[in-house]
Design a binder for this molecule. Structure first.
Ligand code: KG4
Ligand code: ZN
Length: 345
């Protein structure tokens, strides 16, 4: 058990989707540092199929998880004897993929008599911000936008989160990926769509604003996605040439505008003065700029992770593990994985 006031060294695991990651992080009230953060991406494998194949993901996690654990410890310059706690993502995600990380972390914690702490993946994404914004403290509002989730979350304390708005259909990243796929880009298409949108005219194609009723903070991207796909299919049938950059720019403008307007409404409703971005889509340059402009105008403090901490990684799980551990969260050998997490957590 760590002594009071001693920093904690946490070994953390993330395997909820298509990245296997192990990290060593050092945490206490003042220290938030990443000693190592190894990410083994399966993107090249899944690219062949145009999306993540769950069974292949689970097998690939099993193949690399031991090696990346050694790598994470070695790079951090520590051994298991130095570790104070083990953190692992146990929800939400692909069930088979989660189970690989959960069972590995469970065995490792049991064999080394270390406390085991389950971590919610969405909370982990938000916690990525604590490394680069050491003075960031709840309460604040957060946008988590990734391939599987898009939610506006009220972070009331380091461990109490309440979802105040969420997508009713596609996640933002999913919409970027599906539109990109129809444009012939390779999976996952978000980063490529981002670059392409810089070359296009955002007003070239008239698209519906991706939105739903103004009295809710919920989001929706499937109507916008379908409108873009219909535009592409109709133009193709007519033999018209499609300007991919214009499509990417017009889609991005509509998606970004809808996110920004819901965030403005959320900031207003909750009177929050701090906004935090998280998740793979938080890497989008257009979204980052639009939210930054909005926050400057409204005098809101904006925290965003650097690009390398937006996507799935275990360091973010280690950061949240620290706060869960401090809050008394512990798991034993019965720890299970859950594909869907609860809305308030
Ligand atoms: O958080 P993440 O790594 O995994 C999930 O938890 O889903 O997010 C991956 C998603 C993918 O849909 C990917 O296309 C998207 O984030 N993404 C982006 C960008 N970079 C990654 N979407 C838009 N613009 C980007 N620059
Ligand atoms: Zn994620």
């Amino acid at each position: 058990m760590p002594l009071p006031n001693k920093t904690m060294l946490i070994l953390a695991f993330e395997s909820s989707c298509d990245e296997t990651s192990a990290a060593v992080v050092e945490m206490d009230e003042g220290v938030r540092s990443i000693k190592s953060n190894i990410v083994a991406s399966q993107i090249e494998t899944h690219r062949l199929y145009g999306g993540v194949v769950p069974e292949i993901a689970s097998r690939a996690h099993s193949e690399v998880i031991s090696n990346i654990t050694y790598e994470a410890l070695e790079k951090a310059g520590v051994t298991l004897a130095d570790i104070d706690a083990v953190g692992v993502t146990n929800t939400p995600g692909l069930i088979g993929a989660l189970l690989v990380g959960v069972n590995f972390a469970k065995s490792l914690a049991l064999a080394n008599e270390l406390p085991l702490v389950p971590v919610n993946h969405i909370k982990g994404h938000i916690a990525a911000n604590y490394f680069e914004h050491p003075d960031l403290k709840p309460p604040f509002l957060a946008l988590v936008a990734s391939g599987g989730h898009t939610s506006v979350i009220s972070v009331d304390s380091y461990t109490d989160y309440k979802t105040v708005g969420h997508t009713r259909d596609d996640a933002a990243g999913e919409a970027f990926d599906k539109v990109g796929r129809v444009l012939g880009l390779s999976y996952p298409c978000g980063a490529e769509m981002d670059g392409l949108a810089k070359l296009g005219n955002p007003d070239a194609i008239k698209l519906p604003m991706a939105t739903i009723a103004s009295d809710t903070l919920d989001l929706s991207f499937s109507g916008l996605k379908t409108a873009v796909i219909n535009y592409i299919n109709t133009a193709t049938q007519k033999g018209e040439e499609i300007n991919k950059a214009d499509v990417a720019a017009s889609f991005t403008k509509s998606a970004v505008n809808s996110i920004v307007s819901k965030l403005e409404a959320a900031l207003e409703r909750y009177g929050s003065k701090t906004l935090v971005l998280a998740g793979g889509v938080a890497a989008n340059s257009h979204l980052r700029k639009a939210i930054n402009d909005m926050c400057e105008k409204r005098k809101i403090r904006l925290c965003m992770p650097s690009l390398s901490l937006c996507g799935d990684n275990a360091a973010m799980i280690g950061a949240q593990c620290y706060f869960e551990y401090k809050n008394g969260e512990r798991a034993d050998v019965t720890l299970n994985a859950f594909a869907t997490g609860s809305v308030s957590f």
